[in-house]
Ligand binder design. Structure first.
Ligand code: PLP
Length: 414
């Protein structure tokens, strides 16, 4: 058993932080819950739950429509969430399209930017480690335009093969779609360097920040990409919230993706004048309560301090990796030194789903399966893995409990 590392100076009291998450107090199958499925969705702290509750109790109204007090309060809270998220990402608020998550954000780029521009012979470059949300929209665009998908391969340690990536950025490549952090391997890609190279070659870059925004100290402006997508529920915010940041000139040149109310200035049967970006991409009534919650989540993460969150998760990751490596027959997928607190693994002779089921009986929640990344698992030649993904509110004691549960499962399956 390894000793618990000391808390860095100025870091929050993590035991008190954990107490902000009511769900973590529950038991599963008669055991204290160990929630290690944070890459799937994160748990919500009281300030987020309270913000959503207060919205419905005190000022529920539609946004940008009514002049009455509730409508004004709801609109201010919704736009306040945009401003907070923009500050969190370090981008201007009027370049941030609010939407229901990364999947929508990436499809918005596919349908509004790529579909009208790409043509036969063009290439869309994606990496082997993408989530399906950053593969399938490009395949749909390719089918309709005659463009091709090219795959940037990875190395056995789960890092991107940067030489191969550079070599793949030929003149036909119009767009590069890349995860900032892999949801399966935890690999943190050097997006700043990659985007600089892509820009030099005139390639538009789309970065999927789903797994980066909750864990890294993020500065989207400094990355130098063209599009950056985030999803709120992995950042301790409600489900059905997220955003796409895009350079203003790109947003202005893109046609709307979905038509309806809120995205217009003037409608007649002779034609419609669209609203300015980002509103022209936000048709219909949004998830107002969700964004109120996301605004609270952003405040919460900023109050904890993103450098403290990152340090805490790295300490937990080091502990988990060290303990896991000691378990007989364990294979870890993704071993680059620069990775987020996501550990995919298998135990020799055990199926991932059987392992996850036995872990669940011990109160431990991990994800098993293909993690919406079939091509990546095909590369490793496995049908499924288990994935333990950590958040700052996890504890070193939970790491020990997870390892004990895994040893028990291994003994039963072996
Ligand atoms: N991209 C990555 C890397 C993810 O991990 C996920 C969710 O697991 C997504 C995209 C899709 O996010 P959402 O379902 O919130 O749109």
């Amino acid at each position: 058993m390894s000793p618990t590392p000391p808390t860095p100076a100025g870091a929050p009291d993590w035991a008190r932080v954990r107490a902000d998450f009511p769900l973590l107090m529950r038991e599963v199958n008669g055991k204290p819950l160990v929630y290690f499925d944070n890459a799937n969705t994160a748990q919500k702290p009281l300030p987020v739950i309270d913000a959503v509750d207060a919205f419905y109790r005190r000022y529920n109204a539609n946004v940008s429509r009514a002049v009455h007090a509730l409508g004004t309060e709801a609109t201010e809270a919704y736009e306040g969430a945009r401003a907070r998220l923009a500050r969190f990402l370090n981008v201007p608020g009027d370049e941030l399209v609010l939407c229901n998550g990364t999947t929508f954000a990436l499809n918005l780029v596919a349908y509004s930017w790529a579909l009208p521009r790409l043509q036969a012979g063009d290439v869309i470059l994606v990496s082997r480690m993408e989530h399906h949300a950053n593969i399938v929209p490009w395949q749909l665009v390719a089918q309709r335009t005659g463009a091709h998908i090219r795959v940037a391969e990875i190395l056995p340690d789960g890092s991107l093969d940067l030489d191969a990536l550079n070599a793949a950025m030929t003149g036909e490549v119009k767009l590069l779609a890349l995860a900032h952090v892999s949801n399966v391997l935890g690999t943190v890609n050097p997006v700043r360097e990659i985007c600089r190279e892509a820009r030099r070659r005139g390639i538009v870059t789309v970065i999927d920040g789903s797994q980066a925004a909750p864990h890294l100290t993020l500065d989207v402006a400094a990355i130098g990409c063209d599009f950056y997508a985030v999803t709120g529920h992995k950042m301790c915010g409600p489900t059905g919230t997220g955003a796409l940041w895009a350079r203003r000139e790109l947003l202005e040149a893109m046609p709307p993706f979905i038509g309806g109310g809120e995205m217009i200035k003037q409608v007649s049967f002779d034609g419609t004048v669209f609203n300015d970006a980002p509103h022209k991409f936000e048709a219909g009534t949004p998830n107002i309560a969700g964004f109120v919650g996301l605004g609270a989540a952003v405040d919460y993460l900023e109050t904890l301090g993103r450098e403290h969150i990152a340090a805490r998760e790295q300490a937990l990751l080091a502990h988990l990796t060290e303990e896991l490596q000691r378990v007989d027959g364990v294979r870890i997928f993704g071993t680059t030194p620069h990775k987020a607190a996501v550990v995919s693994f298998l135990v020799e002779g055990a199926h991932a789903h059987d392992l996850a089921t036995l872990l669940d009986l011990e109160g431990v929640a991990v994800r098993s399966g293909q993690h919406c990344a079939h091509p990546l698992l095909q590369y490793f030649g496995v049908a499924a893995t288990c994935r333990a993904s950590l958040a700052f509110y996890n504890t070193h004691q939970e790491v020990e409990a997870f390892i004990a549960a895994l040893q028990k499962a291994r003994a039963l399956l072996g």
